[in-house]
Design a protein around this ligand. Structure first.
Ligand code: SIN
Length: 542
């Protein structure tokens, strides 16, 4: 088995991974491993932008208030203050790296700031409606030019390697990871003084998601299997407006469209959001997604519509070039007719427990970006706060690792060759395909926008059976990227269900008919799941 050595291993090439690698790469040797092409990540699909107090008329206090309001009593306020306050510095750094944010026509010194749900004012920096692509373009260019960063695409992490798992004496620490080379099928190990999980989200746990195929919760599942605590996983954010079209694969129609005057209407053309919230179509996402769900169920409709026909074609083409062109590709002329939309899973507010500096409970391992839960989002993320968190936390993560100095201990640990045992190549690909669909359908049907105890029980039983089957498959056959992703989505699915079962109230993104109100008898609690390393299937009930 090939063993590669580096000072720091960064897993994931979205905004968090690239920014961490760039900063670490100034002073240390970095391997940036990413499971597909380096430019493929959740970030790359981000449309809206980065929320940041940058307008002289804006106030940090207002952004803090909006964030806490969306988070429904569960944000960690010191974290909110710390992360939001550093936004402007990081934006300047991104610009120094070549990122271009939109400026106002004829007033180049001013940013063209977007408006999104839950924000009391315009504060979202964007690059048209393809902000993520612009971030990745510029940062990847920098990373490719950095002599200390080795970018390794098509390398999919399998599991973290810890001294506990290696049965070494002394305190447990992470010393690297096993990874599968997708091109050759070989397993290799990367030994690192420090490992950073920047693997993004897990939208693929659900049948319908705005996330790309890579979002399979790999880092979350690996961290949980390594025995790390996972926080607040019941708070799964549904984006209210994904394009409803059989071939559109839940293409996102940015919240910025509502920010520019788009109004949600039902099939009868009636604006309905006012019935649910005084902020109308620009209420926070949990409220809008639930209202759409309710409207569709009450009327028996399969979608609602986003009407932006009040804006001119010229404006829409300039402000939303990607959305405009995509709608047109599917025969929808957004300047002339309302766009059919439905909610789909978009973002995981919970994740691996981590500080704003990426620190986790396991020495040698940090986590930042969507895979981590710092406490910024609480029970519901405010729009465009995630890229803000990714860039600030990535910076802090790298600074903290550099300040601690790279440990040479990891490099001395002998990592045993990957054991395939009696595993044989699979001739049962159909099992993976079937279980993949089943996990995602169970989650969509029973652990969606509106939950109940019975649905959660049913989902837990099914997911546990599936996990048993997947585990057998994982042990019997040589591993492939598909089985690794299936194992990860199934692990994350169970964690979401277990977290949801523990929350006996409705709060933010977790809404259950059995407890329709927040529990006001005690302060809001975070949900924390931590199991012994190994990730074995058990019948433990929380
Ligand atoms: C959007 O453009 O609506 C997505 C922005 C976000 O999820 O923060």
């Amino acid at each position: 088995m090939q063993v590669l050595d580096c000072d720091n291993l960064v897993i994931g090439s979205g905004l968090a991974g690239l920014m961490t690698a760039l900063r670490l790469g100034r002073h240390s040797r970095v391997i940036l491993a990413t499971k597909k092409a380096a430019d493929e990540s959740n970030t790359a699909y981000a449309q809206g932008g980065i929320a940041c107090v940058i307008d002289p008329d804006d106030r940090l206090e207002e952004h803090v208030r909006d964030t806490l309001g969306a988070g429904a009593g569960l944000c960690r306020e010191p974290v909110v203050r710390a992360l939001l306050a550093e936004g402007a510095d990081r934006i300047r750094e991104l610009e120094a790296w070549g990122v271009r944010f939109e400026r106002r026509a004829g007033r180049e010194e001013e940013y063209d700031l977007g408006q999104e749900g839950g924000h009391s004012r315009r504060r979202v920096l964007h690059a048209g409606d393809m902000t993520g692509r612009e971030l990745i373009r510029a940062l990847l260019q920098q990373a490719e030019a950095c002599p200390n960063i080795e970018i390794r695409p098509e390398l999919m992490a399998i599991d973290l390697v810890t001294t506990g798992w290696l049965r070494r004496p002394g305190p447990n620490r992470c010393v690297g990871a096993y990874l599968l080379d997708r091109r050759s099928g070989a397993v290799l190990a990367i030994r690192a003084g420090h490992t950073v999980l920047a693997t993004g989200g897990a939208g693929k746990v659900y049948l319908y998601t705005s996330n790309p195929d890579v979002a399979t919760g790999d880092g979350l599942a690996m961290a949980w299997r390594a025995g790390l605590p996972i926080l607040n996983l019941e708070f799964v954010q549904f984006h209210p407006t994904c394009l409803y079209h059989p071939e559109a694969k839940s293409f996102l129609v940015s919240e910025a469209v509502r920010g520019e005057g788009g109004v949600l209407v039902n099939a009868a053309g009636e604006s309905f959001m006012e019935k649910y919230d005084a902020r109308g179509s620009l209420a926070p996402r949990d409220i809008v997604a639930r209202a759409i769900d309710q409207e569709m169920k009450t009327r028996g409709d399969s979608c609602v519509y986003l009407d932006i026909t009040r804006r001119s074609e010229k404006f829409l083409r300039r402000r939303f070039p990607n959305i405009y062109a995509t709608c047109l590709k599917f025969g929808i002329h957004m300047a002339r007719e309302p766009v059919p939309v439905v909610p789909a899973v978009h973002f995981f507010c919970g994740g691996v427990e981590a500080g704003t500096d990426g620190r986790t409970q396991l020495p040698g391992l940090s986590a930042c970006g969507e895979v981590a839960c710092t406490g910024l989002h609480g029970a519901n993320r405010l729009a465009s706060n995630s890229l803000l968190e990714a860039m600030v936390a990535a910076h802090r993560t790298a600074e903290t690792i550099l300040a601690a100095g790279s440990s040479s201990r990891a490099a001395r640990e002998e990592i045993p060759p990957w054991q395939s045992g009696a595993a044989v190549p699979s001739d049962e690909g159909i099992v993976v395909e079937h279980n993949w669909n089943e996990v995602r359908t169970v989650m969509w049907d029973y652990v969606g926008i509106v939950r109940t105890n019975r649905r959660l029980e049913r989902a837990l039983r099914r997911i546990r059976n599936l996990r048993r089957e997947i585990r057998e498959y994982y042990l019997d056959y040589l591993i492939t990227p598909d089985i690794l992703e299936l194992r990860n989505i199934a692990d994350v699915a169970e964690l979401v269900i277990r977290s949801a079962r523990r929350r006996r109230e409705s709060r933010g993104l977790h809404y259950t008919l059995d407890y329709p109100q927040p529990d006001s008898s005690r302060p809001a609690q975070e949900t924390r799941i931590q199991d012994p390393p190994g990730g074995a299937v058990t019948d433990r009930l929380d």
